[in-house]
Design a protein around this ligand. Structure first.
Ligand code: HQG
Length: 175
């Protein structure tokens, strides 16, 4: 397996389905490194280190002693990855498919299967995220206004902004 496909498989295990390889995550999303290596074919510690260091989106972190590993964000299973609660910038961006536009305009941004709605601080990243779903469409989120109205925002250690729900009144369509 290439590093990229191994990294994708790790996302599945560490964010969504640890049971797929018969492991459990603790309440903070950590998996035991030795156990993970034992259960994933052709995975060794050096490869894992390389993925943690080089993953294009810095999706994973080791604990200080490198005995544990977790995904930094993106989970669908309920774990508390100790996200940093922060005041957001004035505007954040969400990339989606054009085909979801009218539903999003009606319901706002929902977290769907994940624990949070994922937002980015730059349009380029949002474009890339949107392209995963089809013809991309970008929504601008009036995040500072939301924050002022009491909504909480978090930033994962790899720089993804997260919030539980973005009501439609804080959304603007770009372009
Ligand atoms: C859409 C990737 C209809 C939402 C990315 C999105 C990200 C609605 C889809 C991270 C809706 C959920 C997360 C509504 C939201 N009606 N559709 N009311 N509200 N949606 O994959 O944000 O590469 O769960 O717009 O880079 O696309 O995996 O979320 O299109 O950071 O590390 O429902 O995943 O990171 O899709 O992506 P997802 P996402 P990784």
């Amino acid at each position: 397996m290439s590093l990229k496909s191994t990294s994708k498989f790790l996302s599945l295990i560490l964010r969504h389905k640890p049971q797929r390889i018969g492991i459990e995550l603790d309440e903070h999303g950590w998996a035991d490194v030795e156990e993970l290596i034992r259960r994933v074919k052709n995975l060794d510690f050096a490869t894992l280190e390389q993925i943690v260091a080089q993953d294009e989106k810095q999706r994973y972190s080791f604990s200080a002693d490198k005995k544990l590993i977790r995904a930094n964000q993106g989970h669908s299973i309920p774990v508390d990855v100790e996200l940093e609660e922060l005041e957001p910038p004035e505007i954040l961006y969400h990339g989606t498919s054009e085909s979801f536009g009218s539903s999003i305009n009606a319901q706002g941004l929902l977290k769907m299967s994940r624990l949070y709605v994922h937002l980015s601080s730059d349009v380029e990243t949002a474009e890339k995220v949107g392209r995963r779903h089809g013809k991309p469409k970008i929504f601008l989120v009036e995040s500072l206004k939301m924050f002022g109205d009491g909504y909480k925002f978090y930033r994962s250690v790899n720089g993804v902004w997260l919030t539980e729900h973005v009501p439609a009144k804080y959304l603007r369509e770009s372009f």
